[in-house]
Design a protein around this ligand. Structure first.
Ligand code: SAH
Length: 254
């Protein structure tokens, strides 16, 4: 894409986990050229208002409408940035934009569309704690808004049996306060009480809080919607030292 060209474009951008220092220069440059920014209310709130920039904030249940709105603005000549937290391709707006593109008018397919990566919450949380994702791992969205709960349980059990470290997004919400308790039960059954689990809340913000416990000590209330949960593999361990310990998974399997 040639920045500054008159034709519209759309960039689906990741704002990283919170800290401005973790926004990529590529995303900052796209925002500087934008005529429109579209996204979920708290993410749009991170964008500084300026003359010539329209901010369109919407609720988080309207992803496909928001994506179609973004595409229609770009089709009309707008320079549109759709914002997600973290990375836009991880449980976020990039797939929603492509779903809307696939279902929408064929002219939309000629649009200049880019996905601009960001630092996803699991990588920011992992870096803060040490390197718990240093060997094979998987990422699971624990929200059952867009998939059946039975599928979440199946993937959880199979991942635990395969001895992956596991990164959980959307562990718990006001609408689903108890499901995470069931997740902890399944994990205790499959991984045992001694397995390490990290609760990383509001990483890279002023409210950041990290807590590392065993599955035997873990309780439902340790997670909320701003928490990234990482469960170690059987090899994940702690290095004790003055201050916070380091949580890491060695590179080699036994
Ligand atoms: N696209 C985002 C994820 C969206 S799903 C990304 O790549 O990070 C939203 C979930 O991400 C939250 O429920 C939480 O589990 C996690 N999350 C997002 N930002 C976070 C942060 N700063 N600290 C901890 N977890 C975060």
């Amino acid at each position: 894409m040639t920045v500054g060209q008159s034709a519209g474009w759309i960039a689906v951008a990741g704002l990283g986990p919170g800290d401005e220092g973790l926004v990529t220069p590529e995303v900052t440059a796209a925002l500087a050229e934008a005529t429109d920014v579209i996204g979920y209310i708290p993410y749009v709130a991170r964008i500084a208002p300026r003359t010539g920039l329209a901010l369109h904030a919407s609720d988080n249940r309207v992803e496909l409408d928001r994506a179609a709105h973004a595409l229609s603005l770009a089709a009309a000549g707008g320079r549109v940035v759709v914002v997600s937290s973290g990375d836009p391709g991880v449980f976020a707006m990039a797939s929603a934009v492509f779903e809307a593109l696939e279902a929408g008018p064929v002219e939309w397919r000629a649009l200049d569309i880019r996905v601009l990566p960001g630092i996803t919450a699991m990588l920011a949380a992992s870096a803060r704690a040490g390197a718990p994702l240093g060997h094979d791992f998987c990422a699971i969205n624990l929200s059952d808004n867009l998939k059946p709960w039975a599928l979440i349980e199946r993937r959880l059990r199979l991942a635990a049996e395969a001895d992956f470290a596991m990164a959980f997004y959307n562990p718990r919400s006001k609408a689903r306060p108890e499901g995470f308790g069931r997740v902890l039960e399944i994990l205790r059954e499959t991984c045992g009480d001694e397995r390490l689990i990290l609760f990383a809340r509001a990483v890279a913000t002023a409210q950041e809080q990290l807590r590392i416990v065993t599955l035997g000590e873990a309780v439902l209330e340790m997670a909320d919607m701003r928490t990234m949960v990482i469960v170690g593999s059987s090899q994940t361990r702690l290095i004790a030292r003055p201050g916070a310990p380091i949580l890491y998974t060695p590179r080699s399997a036994p």
